[in-house]
Write a new protein. Structure first.
Length: 71
């Protein structure tokens, strides 16, 4: 006998969160994102030269492959 999961039979438990706590969680999340933003930007700026060189190499390899077709 094969048992399959039926979503109608699954119970979803929701936890009631007070409005004040939900507001505090939102504020903490926003402050954490605000504090992390410079580091995320620094990571993008540090990775950009490597991504650019890789992109140029990729386009160059494709151009060479199109120009030199195997006989």
């Amino acid at each position: 006998m094969k048992a399959t999961a039926n979503t109608a039979n699954l119970r979803v438990y929701e936890v009631a969160v007070p409005v004040e706590l939900a507001g505090a969680v939102r504020v903490v999340k926003n402050v954490a994102l605000f504090a992390a933003a410079p580091f995320i930007g620094l990571a993008y700026a540090a990775a950009f030269p490597f991504v650019a060189v890789g992109l140029l190499a990729w386009y160059g390899a494709r151009a060479i492959a199109r120009k030199v077709k195997p006989a």
